[in-house]
Design a binder for this molecule. Structure first.
Ligand code: BDP
Length: 706
């Protein structure tokens, strides 16, 4: 029988298990013995109080005394308005400079005495500060010399749920949707609040509740009421809700005969829809729209541009302070010469023509959330438009919830990429942070990996991706390794040696996936439609949905030529990147086959041929998973038995699937390259036909949309 910790991972990183080290426990007990925290009746301070009570009771074994009394308090928590001692001019100015979500945790001169304060100009900041204090205790940060001043660099830090109203989740691998639409608005399970707590603990302040392949029903009066109920639960945690809007909703709802942005009745319909929503949800965030992409309706159906479409909805939201997020993930119904170029071609001419409350949301790479892609060239090309960055936290292309793939490293790679917009140093993080133009809006969005499964994300380590997303959205300059360490300490153990080994597993895991799935710049060679498992042989159907379109492998070589002699997609990057990527000699090898088609015998930097290097990369990927399994075996005792065993079983699946990927891909590529496997690479266990014949059924994540 497995010993359970009673929650199977449900507590996420907010476990608040007792601090075992007496010195740290004493320090935090001293600091939090008597907390002054005026809560009034509004949400965030109450939430902060509840969290401090819960957390400190767990960590210290005793509930703290929290009251409105400042005298004798060991910690003064509040805003200058709610807690008068914090209202002195100096502190007030310091807090205002940090904004309503920023906070200070440290010692300040208050009424002539140096005292511990947890203070913010706004109530949300107070909540974030409370979570920070708890995180520090959870990760055993000493309180001596403690001085934290923090504020988010990005305004909207948002989870995008691809959840359908029928409870299925598009590309969801953690069970059904957490939103129980059927029983809303009446039934509000505790899980909603725990979801909000988890988000607030990492600074996520917005959630789009519904799938981008949107159901117009979400905008009906009945569903607005349901959304309002959810908004009520999330509000105290600083989270604003968004809905996805189907562009043809005026038509689909039966109200109008058109959804043409130029028809006055269409503008009136959206305006009155927005009014209706804001009557129920005064702090409604706005709409997220996928239009004219993968068959979704959009303004181009009426010969209008994306800007006209976006501005139509933005104008309806503007009087209420709402934001319109318009996705740049577009490609036309007919395959083009190079799908990588399409978003740029459609959107760059529109730069500067979006209303001020529009964010154009760009996926991290030009294709589609692959294990590795270059950053999206739009980030260097729309200086007069506020751009949002979209990541995929759910592992559609990185092994679903069966594979351990820590995405902190992927997020970090993208955020730190230098776009060279207007010169060096213009990283993606800076571009989206709005420090380089834009309209004062900024947003990082992540496609959620949250579902109704007991452990929320389907894999205990997938929780780290939710966590890392939030932390990096708050502060894109954080290091993935530091985030992994925080998470490991909160989720598993504070044993330094064990933490070190867990972090090492996490840090190498995404590269392992790249290795056994798509090394050296390969992309999009997964199974058809469900995207599970390898499918490099797929060549039938819409060309830019096939693997053959992307890898272009044949007897003479492999790769997609995007240099000057190919599709010239490299020209969409600013110099010097266009030169760097434009030549196979200077292109980073990890992106080589993305940008270039090269012969199998091309010499690589290692001195090996491309073919040999490719084979070894697949083999190394499999080897890395075997090493993760070994490392995990050595960690028994640092996780409760249930989580330990579950991770162990999943790592075994991952190794088997890594081998499947390697063997299937190498059999296929070998059938074209006609070259032998180099030393150190184990030949596939079966012939190519065997792998082609594998047809997995009932693969999760397809979802049902109208
Ligand atoms: C693709 C997914 C598809 C999504 C689409 C999108 O396979 O299910 O609808 O992205 O982002 O990667 O709209």
């Amino acid at each position: 029988m497995r010993r359970s910790d009673g929650c199977g991972g449900y507590r996420l990183w907010l476990r608040y298990d007792p601090i075992d080290d007496p010195a740290t426990r004493r320090d935090y007990a001293r600091l939090t013995r008597r907390i002054c925290l005026p809560t009034g009746s509004s949400g965030a301070p109450m939430a902060a109080r509840a969290e401090l009570e819960r957390g400190l009771e767990g960590l210290l074994g005793e509930a703290p005394r929290i009251s409105e009394e400042a005298r004798g308090a060991t910690l003064l928590a509040g805003t200058p308005d709610s807690c008068p001692p914090l209202g002195n001019a100096e502190l007030r100015a310091e807090l205002e400079a940090l904004g309503p979500e920023g906070y200070i945790l440290g010692r300040r001169l208050v009424a002539g005495r140096r005292r511990w304060v947890l203070a913010s100009a706004g109530e949300a900041g107070l909540l974030y500060g409370a979570f920070r204090l708890l995180r520090m205790a959870q990760t055993r940060v000493p309180t001596s010399g403690l001085e934290v001043r923090d504020r988010p660099s990005v305004k909207l830090r948002m989870l995008d749920h691809w959840d359908n109203l029928d409870g299925t989740v598009e590309r969801g691998y953690a069970g059904s949707s957490i939103w129980d639409w059927h029983r809303l608005p009446g039934y509000l399970p505790e899980r909603y609040r725990d979801y909000a707590r988890a988000n607030a603990s990492v600074g996520i302040n917005a959630a789009a509740l519904t799938n981008v392949n949107a159901d117009p029903l979400a905008l009906s009066t009945e569903y607005i009421e349901k959304t309002a109920a959810l908004a009520g639960v999330l509000r105290p945690y600083g989270i604003r809700v968004f809905l996805t809007a189907r562009f043809s909703a005026p038509l689909d709802s039966g109200a109008l005969a058109t959804a043409d942005p130029r028809a006055p009745e269409v503008a009136a319909w959206w305006a009155s829809k927005a009014e209706e929503i804001y009557r129920c949800i005064p702090d409604f965030g706005g709409f997220l729209v996928k239009a004219n992409s993968e068959g979704q309706p959009g303004p181009q159906d009426y010969g209008r541009s994306h800007a006209e479409g976006a501005n139509l909805l933005a104008a309806a939201l503007a009087p209420h302070g709402g934001t319109l997020i318009w996705r740049a993930f577009v490609y036309s119904a007919r395959a083009s010469e190079d799908r990588a170029k399409q978003a740029y071609e459609e959107f760059v001419p529109l730069d500067g023509s979006f209303l001020p409350n529009v964010l154009v949301q760009v996926k991290n790479g030009p294709i589609d959330f692959q294990p590795r892609e270059p950053f999206h060239p739009l980030f260097s090309a729309m200086p007069r438009t506020a751009l949002a960055l979209e990541f995929q936290i759910t592992q559609e292309y990185l092994g679903f919830a069966s594979h351990l793939a820590y995405l902190g490293t992927l997020f970090e790679e993208v955020l730190r990429a230098d776009t060279f917009r207007g010169g060096p140093g213009a990283t993606v993080a800076k571009v989206i942070g709005g420090s380089q133009g834009g309209q004062g809006l900024s947003c990082v969005a992540g496609v959620s990996n949250v579902g109704a499964s007991l452990d929320w994300c389907g894999h205990h380590f997938a929780q780290a991706n939710w966590y890392a997303f939030g932390r990096l959205a708050w502060d894109p300059s954080l290091a993935a390794a530091d985030i992994a360490e925080e998470w490991a300490r909160m989720s598993f153990t504070n044993d330094d040696g064990a933490v070190h080994r867990i972090v090492a597993m996490m840090m190498g895991s995404r590269e392992a996936v790249v290795g056994y799935m798509t090394p050296l710049g390969l992309i999009h060679i997964m199974g058809w439609d469900h995207h599970y498992g390898p499918g490099p042989w797929i060549s039938e159907g819409r060309p830019d949905w096939t693997s053959a379109y992307f890898h272009r492998a044949a007897g003479d070589g492999i790769g997609f030529e995007r240099g000057p002699l190919g599709s010239a997609a490299v020209d969409q990057y600013a110099p010097p990147l266009r030169e760097l990527f434009g030549s196979a000699d200077s292109c980073p090898e990890e992106l080589l086959l993305y940008f270039h088609r090269v012969p199998w015998d091309r010499p690589m930097r290692s001195g090996r041929t491309l073919w040999n290097e490719l084979c070894l990369a697949y083999q190394r990927g499999v080897g890395a998973v075997a090493a993760m399994r070994d490392a995990w075996e050595g960690l028994a005792g640092f996780a409760d038995a249930v989580r330990f065993e579950e991770v162990r079983e999943l790592l075994a699946i991952q190794e088997a699937e890594a081998l499947w990927w390697k063997d299937a891909c190498l059999s296929y590529f070998a059938s074209l390259s006609k070259r032998p496997y180099p030393e150190g690479v184990r030949a596939p266990a079966h012939g190519l036909e065997y792998y082609k014949a594998l047809k997995p059924q009932y693969v999760p994540g397809i979802g049902r949309t109208r």
